[in-house]
Design a protein around this ligand. Structure first.
Ligand code: DMJ
Length: 563
């Protein structure tokens, strides 16, 4: 649930910097000149921020991590005892068909991993047709996105040998001293989320220390006049600096990016004892997700809606485009999940979620001529009758939130969640491959189908099966498992190739045109949610865990775990 991506030919997020390697080298050289002689950053201390527009803003007075780390110890054993269910579940008694389906999905995961390992280990993603690796430009020079994204799925599926292979790669080859421009959002949800989940599931210190080190590398992105981070940060080990740049999102910051940090950053503070990620206890810090919350709760919302673009300089909206799909999506998801993760203590997040959903219901939820419920986009008051694949996560989110409402509201929201999930299912069943397009429309006679050539592709995205998983867990209606199994069959038929799984360019054509990319989120999310759909409810129980927007499980804070 992030930003819309470009069509398969170049499956990078649309907001990824177009900077060519030559321009990047120039930026690094300029940075080095401005910084003077390289200064080593003390291990564990915050990196210095220099350069670009950020220079005017001193880094917030956050305490260096080492000041607070010494006396602090996170009590992992106590954390494990605080869980209400064994992480991989403990119930049995399922029917043989459910077990067989789950085993099939496990086999798909093994196939995806084995091919990545054989042809692309250490690259970010596998190109399954050409049998090589893809690096891309989203992660600031970091490698191994598929390894980090796959860790917790391998663990949950009890693929022990494969999990050990992935862990060894993290121990021996995962290098954080890299050069490049990183998307704050992508590094946070995939790398930090993946490492945190692997730590909480296994207790292996290597995952925790890498997550904390990487978290500190992201802090300079917050160095703006409002503390609203920019979209990208420049990792540069030559002097231990990171930069924030304005051009990545045309000078504005994107709601789904700066609104999708809260879950991971709270855990970084929880594990390190360093309050800077979450909030400074007595003195509000700009470099914290608490500050983002403050800016958002103060700014005026047109008709109660949250536009997608905010200026990190003035703290005002830049244009009035509202979407529960790309550019907005996971901001809403992180509000309700922040409340759940706080064991229902973060009432501000719950109120923001409730108010936002009320405005969405009032202004964006529509019914098509054929009776399908959908959530439209809003451009300065004009509705665009379109839903992106990304927006299909919202069925699951609304169902999750509804569980904690009462009376009419609970019933209304459960119905809305079921209707949206059913519409997203229609977008799959109305295609020839039984996989859904990147976006579908409800205008000019179209009902849940793509009308533009550029929107017909499917890149192994998870959002529709994510909603099936939540709706199954919350209602136990068999149709959600049936729908999930339809997806498994379609993936096998149209996306499985000799060396992995690939996205396809046109869901309305059964003559395959593969995009040659096995996205890391296919292992992190699509296969994990499908697997969980065929598990008992106590495997990664919703009573113990919230899933970050890349499906990495983070624990609900049942107790204070400082040692
Ligand atoms: C993933 O990286 C995450 O789900 C993100 O929130 C949205 N985009 C992809 C999957 O579509």
């Amino acid at each position: 649930t992030d930003l819309p991506r470009s069509p398969p030919a170049a499956a990078e997020p649309r907001h990824a910097s177009p900077a060519a390697p030559r321009r990047l080298r120039e930026k690094l050289r300029t940075a080095a000149r401005m910084a003077g002689p390289p200064a080593r950053t003390a291990p564990g201390s915050r990196q210095q921020v220099q350069g670009g527009e950020s220079r005017a803003q001193p880094a917030s007075a956050a305490p260096p991590a080492r000041e607070t780390r010494a006396p602090f110890r996170f009590d992992y054993e106590r954390f494990r005892r605080s869980l209400r269910h064994p992480v991989r579940g403990g119930r049995s008694g399922e029917d043989p068909e459910t077990r067989a389906r789950r085993m099939k999905i496990k086999e798909m995961m093994k196939f995806a991993w084995d091919n990545y390992k054989q042809y692309a280990l250490g690259k970010n993603e596998l190109r399954p047709l050409t049998k090589n690796g893809h690096i891309g430009n989203m992660f600031g020079g970091l490698r191994g996105a598929t390894v980090i994204d796959a860790l917790d799925t391998l663990y949950i599926m009890e693929l022990e040998e494969e999990f050990q292979e992935a862990k060894q790669w993290v121990e021996k080859s995962f290098d954080l001293n890299v050069n490049g421009e990183a998307s704050l959002f992508e590094v946070n949800i995939r790398y930090i989320g993946g490492l945190l989940a692997a730590y909480y599931l296994t207790g292996e210190e290597v995952f925790k220390s890498k997550a904390l080190e990487l978290g500190e590398k992201l802090l300079p992105a917050f160095n703006t006049p409002t503390g609203i981070p920019r979209g990208s940060s420049l990792f540069s080990p030559c002097s231990g600096m990171s930069w924030s740049w304005g051009w990545a999102s045309a000078g504005s910051s994107i709601l789904a990016e700066f609104g999708t940090l809260h879950l991971e950053f709270l855990h970084l503070s929880e594990l390190s004892g360093n309050p800077v990620f979450a909030e400074k206890a007595s003195e509000p810090s700009l470099a914290s997700v608490g500050n983002i919350r403050r800016v958002l709760s103060r700014v005026e919302k047109p008709q109660g809606l949250y536009p997608n673009f905010l200026s990190p300089v003035t703290g005002s909206w830049v244009q009035h485009h509202v979407s529960i799909g790309g550019l907005g999506d996971s901001f809403y998801e992180y509000l309700i999940k922040s409340w759940l993760m706080s064991d229902k203590k973060d009432s501000e997040a719950k109120k923001m979620y409730d108010d936002a959903l009320e405005a969405i219901e009032k202004h964006l939820v529509k019914k098509s001529a054929g009776g399908l419920t959908y959530i439209a986009e809003w451009r300065g008051g004009i509705l665009d009758h379109k839903m992106g694949h990304l927006a299909c996560f919202s069925g699951g989110m609304i169902a999750l939130g509804a569980q904690h409402s009462t009376g009419d509201r609970r019933q209304r929201h459960m119905e809305l969640a079921a209707e949206i999930t059913s519409t997203c299912h229609e977008s799959y069943t109305r295609s020839d491959t039984k996989l859904g397009p990147e976006a579908f429309r409800f205008d000019a006679g179209s009902e849940a189908t793509a009308t533009r050539l550029s929107e017909r592709y499917y890149i192994l995205r998870p959002e529709v099966v994510e909603s099936y998983m939540y709706l199954w867990r919350l209602t136990h209606q068999p149709k959600y498992r049936h729908w999930g199994w339809e997806v498994v069959q379609a993936l096998e038929k149209h996306c499985r190739v000799e060396a992995g799984f690939s996205g396809i360019r046109d869901v309305y054509s059964t003559t395959p045109s593969h995009d040659n990319m096995q996205q890391s989120f296919f292992l992190a999310e699509t296969l994990k949610y499908l697997y969980l759909l065929f598990c008992e409810d106590d495997v990664l129980s919703l009573e113990d865990w919230v899933f970050n927007t890349e499906a990495h499980p983070l624990p609900i804070n049942h107790t204070d775990l400082k040692a």
